[in-house]
Design a protein around this ligand. Sequence first.
Ligand code: MG
Length: 454
Amino acid sequence: MSRLFGTNGIRGIVNRELTPSFVLELSEAVGVYFNGGKVALGCDGRTSSPMFMDAAASGLLAVGCDVNDLGLAPTPAVQYNVKASNLDGGVIITASHNPREYNGLKVLDRSGVELSRDMEVEVEKIYFEKSWVKSDWKGIGVRKREINVLENYMESIKRHVDTDRIRRAKFRVVVDPANGVGALVTPKLLEQLGCKVHMINGNIDGSFPSRSPEPTPENLRGLVEAVKSFGADLGVAHDGDADRSIFVDESGRVHWGDRTFAVIMKFFLERNPGETVVTPVSSSQLVEEIAKSYGGRVEWTKVGAVEVSWRMLKIGAKLGGEENGGVLYAPHLAVRDGAMTACLILNIMAEAGRNLSEIVAELPSYQTVKEKVACPNDLKQKVLEKLREEASGLRVETIDGVKVWFEDGSWILVRPSGTEPVYRFFAEAKTRDKAAELVSKYRSLVQRYVSETN
Ligand code: MG
């Protein structure tokens, strides 16, 4: 059976791969999966989102689901609504950080977490069998506009930080939501926490006129300039649906997500010693070092935020994180949440009474090198077996591709891409040269295996 869901929901180029008629039919299948229950529906600020919202609402209503229409909302706000209102599930129209020509759907379980792989397979089965029956006139669901969604979501975040302490610190913060839906929440929330907020790229615009919705350091030059010129304590950048946050310190330096996650982890483990922290195998060695120093434990998962969420729910972990700026704080919600992450960072700065640059400087420093190497899909499994053989005798983790640790603490993760005919390499070491050396060694290995197996 072919698959509809990729690593992060369903994504495609608007009106080429993802059409309103497809979204309508898929939403009928999703509605059948939810058994005609109550479903939240929200969207990001893309130009195609209203069109797909209506298609999704029609599909859900046609099979008898009641639809809570949340309108424009950050992904975690929709997820919060599903959990807090005890709904049967949710659908979000968003392509997160993808370029403007894309859109997509995230389907949420009643916990607010995106469907697990097994659940997705059930939806796909319903979709491809096409055996459902549409409701008659009196069985059609009710679409109702939900109010106070964003306010309730912000109240939940505030319950999990020391609001008085943050207010007393009177921070000056620049927020860059990439012309996305983060603009609806983060500035208001930080103002409620006593911050002086400046927003850049704050009008919601699905053409993303100012920067790409992917918060990479190259895309954050505007934020860096703004932090410096306003003399701000912090810069916060979200991706297009505001489930991730990347931070800029007061000196204008962009810190990648692995470092800010380590900062949050340290703060969390100091207060909750012995807890387990969940993170994908692609995360920095920092995660393990901090866990060791503060009596915590690390649970590795496959790459992907949904994998982290489900593992957290399964083992009852409170904190999870990804290197790309996704932090999951389960006492609020076991999903990535950009605004929650920003408030945790402000809480840490307020409590430490120090700048973010000083807090980050205390962490051990590592250098990362990433690369991809071509490998035909049908050879991926064979190559993986060879890589595992090659690593025998070393410390390895094989939950997703193969991750090999070396004695000096450096490591490399080599994993087949789920979407492209390539192998992805992540290496980390004390120096960039050492990380690059690891990548080059494994690049030759993979290339050799590909030519031998061909
Ligand atoms: Mg996102």
